[in-house]
Write a new protein. Sequence first.
Length: 285
Amino acid sequence: MRTPQKGKRSRRHVYWLGPKEVKVEIVDANTVRFQHDLLQQIIHTARCRSSLIPLLVLDVPAYYVGLLYYDNKLVETVQPGLYAFWKDTVDVKMVNVDLRERIVDITGQDVMTADKVTLRMNASFGYQVVDAKKMAETVEDVQQALYRETQLALRNVVGRRELEQFLSDKNEIAAEAEQMLATRADSFGVKVLSFGVRDVILPGEMKELLNKVTEAKKAAEANLIVRREETAAMRSQANTAKLLENNPTLMRLRELEVLEKIVESGKLQVIVGEKGLTDRVVNLL
């Protein structure tokens, strides 16, 4: 760099110290996808100078898988990362598919039982995509398809049972519906991770009727228990009377126990009606 002389106007001059190394690499632009060991740096340059480098850059985020289409034809599935394609070759499109679990709520489903009782049910299921390519080739909207299959499964398993059977076998019904849904989901390239019936809502009049039936059943059960206890008590008394009848000594001991309780209470009221029973009581006292 020159140093300006005294009295003259200051100016600066810059000179190359050495030659700049330039590397030229020829790549085939006829292929659709551009692959290179320095792809990240090239993509960065392409984004900064998009007018200079004719590359289309597409991104597949984490937890996703990319469905790569050429001219609306599915070519392959790609893992998370950055991908570059030459422009003006074919129409390139990337559809990202989430591989994480999703939960779907199914609310307000009116389902009729075998005995013509309409129930309103709320259910939910969780699913995960395990084969994105199979899903794309089989069904257009996988979540909508699974929603519809769940509706059909609930109508199938509930419609073959009467109300009383349904109420007593809700867990079995949920397991059967889940199995039906899982079979269909597998054909979509999807795995069902969970399924459950959250709520079952009965019509108002049916709810009152069931409450009355339940109340009657409980009353009948309580009455049966009372009768059983009374029968057991009478049977015990009959056995005791038979034992006392055959053993006078035990009868006498029983009489003394009764007299002991009477003496402790200090009050005796005797009402007799059988002939000769009065004399026996007096003699006992």
